[in-house]
Structures are given as C-alpha cells and as structure tokens.
Ligand binder design. Sequence first.
Ligand SMILES: [Mg+2]
Length: 340
Amino acid sequence: MKLRSTSYDLKLKHTFTISRSSRDVSPVVLVEIEHDGIVGYGEAAPSRRYGETIETVQQFLSGLDLARFYDPFQLEQILDAVHGAAEANYSAKAAVDIALHDWIGRKMNLPLWKYWGLDKGKAPITSFTIGIDTPDVIERKVREAEEYPILKIKLGGENDIEIIRTIRKITKKTLRVDANEGWKVRETAVEKIRWLEQEGVEFVEQPMPAADLEGTAWVRERVNLPLIADENSIRLHDVPKLQGAFDGINIKLMKCTGLREAIQMVHTARACGMKVMVGCMIETSVAISAAAQFTPLIDYADLDGAALTTNDPFDGVGIVEGRLVLSDRPGIGVTRKDLN
Ligand SMILES: [Mg+2]
C-alpha cells in the first residue's frame, strides 16, 4: 500500500472573512493511497484553529508506514495505527481515512452511500456561505448565490445588524447564522439571537467561545433559536458533553479525523437527542464528496467549500438548486479533471 501526498493551493472566488480570519487562497494536501492497481483519494484541509498547517500535515503523513498492512480492508487496524502515531493532527488523519474509504468503495465498485445502505434521495439541501464583508460586496455575493435556497451568514463582527439588514433587503430566503465564537458577552449573544429570530433565521452556530460552554448553556435558556456546536464539537467524545448547551452538532471531517468517526458522531448525537449538521472547510471536491456520502443521515448540510473556489481539480458531488446530488460513481464519487 503506497501513500502519496502533494500540497495544492485552492483559490477563492472572493476574499473569505469570518470573525477571526481573512484569506484569498486556502492550501490543502491531496493524498492518494494506491494498492492493487486502484487509487483512493483523500484530502487534508488544515486549520490553525485546531493547530494544523500544511507543514504539520505533511510531517504527519511522511511518518506513517502503511507498507506493513497488506490491504485497505484492514480499515479499523490501519486507522487505529494512524491515531496511535500522534495526538491531534485531525485533518491529516482525515486524509488517510477518506483515501482508504474511497479505495474500498472503488474496489467493491460501490458508492459509499450505497455500501452504507443509505437513500441518496434523502441527501439534503446545502447552504451557501456568505462571509463577513461590506454591504455592497455582501449584496453581490447574495445575488451570485441565487440558485441556493438557504444561505449561511457569517456574523460575530462589528456590523452584524447591517449585514442581516442588507441581505433581508434582497431576499426572504432561509438564513442560518454562524458567529464563529464571535459574541464574547452572554447578554450580547442573547440580544443578537433574539433579534435574529425576528429576521427569520433558522439556527445559530457557535455563538460563544468554545471555552465558555457554561455561558452557552446560559444563553440557550434565554433564546428560542436552536444552537449548533461547531468549535465545541470536534471529536466523538465531545458530543455527550454538549447536552444542555447546544441543540445540535456540526460535524466536519477535518475536525473529527474522517468518515469512521463522523458516522459514530451522528449516532451518538442521535442518542443524545441532538440535531446533526455536516460542514466543511475550504476543500476540493474530494473532502466535500466524502462528507456528502453520509448526508442522507443528517438534518442540515453546509458543504459549499468547493463551490467557493475557482480551481477545484476534481469533479464530485453535484449541487442542483442547492440540493446535493450523489452520483453512482464508486467510493467517494470523484474523478480527477485532468484524467477525464
Ligand atoms: Mg462554523
């Protein structure tokens, strides 16, 4: 079993700003696992928020020895070894997990959604994200996102009210809000969430800093909109701790180390009575299509990462009028554009 990796600069259509950062290019690491004449694709989109960079991903991957395993069907053993290699390194581990799953699907000639017994007709609508910006740029972005029936609005900065008013002047679409930990004061969070409820917002993601879970529970008692955990919902073991503070979790492959743990998180959240959302970083169609495979199991999708870029090197999950369209291609369902 051979593992290869290369870094790749994903270019963004617009400068992307959230409450803590801003960028035009988003580097990722593309991974290939080759065995028995079949190549499985994987991807790491590292985030500094979780202590990773392109360099840490490459360092982690170069330290792995997959040659001692004879077959990707030893998925559990291989992933246990990958996890044992070092702490953290979530997105690097996800890259290996995705590539192994893709290889297995290709070997069996089955898309993962079918292998897992899911109904692809139940894949949800994905939201399209509007980053923090000036009113005129926001207006342009909202118009460009015309085909998406649900918008996810990044707030948590100085001009939250201005942003929502600008959007509401143009559209009555369902809005979801992501504050990215931006509201530090409990009373501010309550006030903003109550106001957002009047503006037709469906839920609010991560209103308060992850370190203030108690504050989030305090806020939740005082508002009606559901609160979804993102920065608080990293790994499987986080899920039970969020009961009482949040109504749902946002699973991202790049935080939870890949598909194996993502599906465990879905079922754990259900056992805790929580809603499930699947999100993404800025990613190519590799990681987006991998995450899309289990979306028939979830409530809300936010898988627009590849749609925000201009140079995705893969074809993968389709998006038609906002709805995710899973293909019958095997594995995670991607093809390299330059190999078509
Ligand atoms: Mg978020």
